[in-house]
Design a protein around this ligand. Structure first.
Ligand code: AMP
Ligand code: MG
Length: 467
């Protein structure tokens, strides 16, 4: 077990337009509230002395910490952004030589803060901790949460709220927006430097390939398809799929007004700021594609010196997106309803099931579990569909059943709120219980209290950025 960080900040080798050296603000009453011991094992960091290690690192004046510059399309509008409230302490390398960004989120102002205070509420950090760890345990790529600190400071939002810092861990924080930022630079080499750096860091296996830039784009495309199909599998709505919130590592990043579906509605939007439903549940695959097109635009000239040829090559990949997405989605949904082998009507069968769920306002998670447990018969309106499913199952081959596709527990909004309210009065018992249940989401022994769909009074209809 490593006792200390093994930092090596390769990002600082990029041209200096890409970052600013920053430090966390001084918080005299900074205190560690929560730590993630499982993640410490992955990082090979010793948990016994972690409290001191973290506080000393944050305090260390010699540390080469920095904030990243980026731009982004926010709800379709292009803006220059950057880490307005985050400081990257360092890139930690574990015993397996894997590299992880260790970042403080909510640590105070940076040169990119614009009008913000650089801080975050403890509530929003607790929320990110719960949801990101839940996503990880659902086998979905995501940034992770190593710890939460209480800043001991009140910050002004709608009311005064306690301030918090999340220690976020990511394979990298390079986003589509980082490329958009680079493409604005007058220096031609900046975008190439970023591209080479990203390939080196995230896809070292293609470094020597002749068409590495095009292959890189295809890899990013595939990783997004995989990610979004998994979001749809568990009913996750990201809520702010701006290009600055799409990570090139293929990890889910930035848990703001995100939420999981309770009752199934393909057009569901939770986020209070998403007035036009741009980031609605069923729009997610289309938006990812739109974001990928924004990424491709930034390095077209490196794909081919002839712009028309470059566009053709990119279009070829983007056109494949739709088919690949549909195929992977179908495969995933088939596993959710327990069918294998292929039949031309499989897609119809699944869509019919989803339509019934939509019309009768059934809970997304629990209905798939009911199906898995042969418990759908309780809904008479499902009878005809069940017969079709049973008939279809005749062509199934005996394959090992894959239970991994239907979780028994997801972090439902009303439960997150309830758990966080308990934390606010200093009671972390329920939080810890929730986190421990979310560690095994495919376990069928989940207490009703945590798996039941919300009653009408409990239901959360809208989520807020709550930054
Ligand atoms: P997000 O919605 O979290 O993706 O943030 C969008 C942009 O706003 C990013 O550049 C953030 O760094 C910045 N931002 C969010 N909250 C704050 C804050 N409290 N202070 C300064 N910048 C912020
Ligand atoms: Mg963001």
């Amino acid at each position: 077990m490593l006792k200390n960080w093994n930092f090596e900040n390769s990002y600082l080798e990029l041209p200096n337009i890409f970052y600013s050296k920053t430090k966390a603000e001084n918080f005299p009453k900074l205190e560690l509230l929560l730590k993630n011991e499982d993640l410490m094992v992955t990082l090979n960091i010793n948990h016994e002395n972690f409290d001191n290690l973290l506080l000393e690192t944050i305090d260390n004046k010699e540390l080469n910490s920095f904030s990243q510059a980026y731009a982004g399309h926010q709800f379709g509008h292009f803006t220059i952004l950057g880490d307005g409230r985050a400081t990257l302490l360092g890139e930690h390398i574990n015993a397996n030589k894997e590299r992880f960004d260790i970042q403080l989120k909510g640590s105070g102002k940076t040169p990119y803060s614009r009008n913000g205070d650089g801080k975050g509420t403890l509530k929003s950090m607790l929320r990110e901790y719960i949801v990101s760890e839940a996503m990880h345990n659902l086998n979905i790529k995501t940034t992770r949460s190593l710890a939460i600190l209480n800043t001991g400071q009140k910050i002004q939002r709608e009311t005064y709220e306690e301030g918090g810092i999340l220690v976020r861990v990511a394979k990298s924080h390079i986003r589509v927006g980082t490329f958009q930022f680079a493409s604005l630079s007058k220096k031609q080499n900046d975008i190439k430097d970023l591209l080479d750096y990203t390939i080196n860091r995230l896809y070292p296996e293609i470094v020597d390939e002749k068409d590495k830039y095009l292959n890189f784009f295809e890899k990013i495309t595939d990783s997004q398809i995989n990610l979004i199909v998994n979001w749809q599998r568990v009913g996750f709505i990201h809520g702010v799929m701006n290009t600055d919130n799409m990570s090139l590592s293929g990890e889910t990043i930035d848990y703001g007004p995100c939420a999981f579906l309770d009752e199934y509605n393909p057009n569901k939007v939770f986020s209070s700021i998403d007035r036009n439903g741009r980031y609605a549940f069923n729009n997610q695959p289309k938006i990812a594609l739109w974001n990928l097109a924004r990424l491709a635009e930034t390095f077209l000239h490196l794909i081919d010196s002839d712009e028309n040829i470059a566009i053709k090559k990119i279009e070829h990949i983007l056109k494949k997106y739709e088919t690949k997405y549909k195929d992977l989605w179908l495969k995933m949904m088939k596993s959710k309803i327990g069918i294998n082998q292929d039949h031309e009507k499989d897609r119809n069968l699944i869509e019919e099931f989803l339509d019934l769920m939509h019309i009768f306002k059934l809970d997304y998670t629990n209905t798939f579990i009911a199906l898995e447990n042969n418990d759908l018969k309780k809904y008479s309106f499902m009878n005809e569909w069940i017969s079709k499913l049973n008939l279809r199952k005749n062509i199934n081959k005996n394959e090992k059943e894959n239970k991994y596709f239907n979780p028994n527990i997801i972090p439902r909004n009303h439960i997150i709120e309830n758990v966080i309210n308990e934390c606010k009065v200093g009671n972390y018992k329920k939080f810890n219980r929730f986190i421990s249940l979310l560690k095994n989401p495919y376990n069928s022994n989940i207490p009703e209290e945590f798996s039941k769909e919300p009653s009408n009074e409990e239901r959360v209809y809208e989520t807020f950025c709550g930054t």
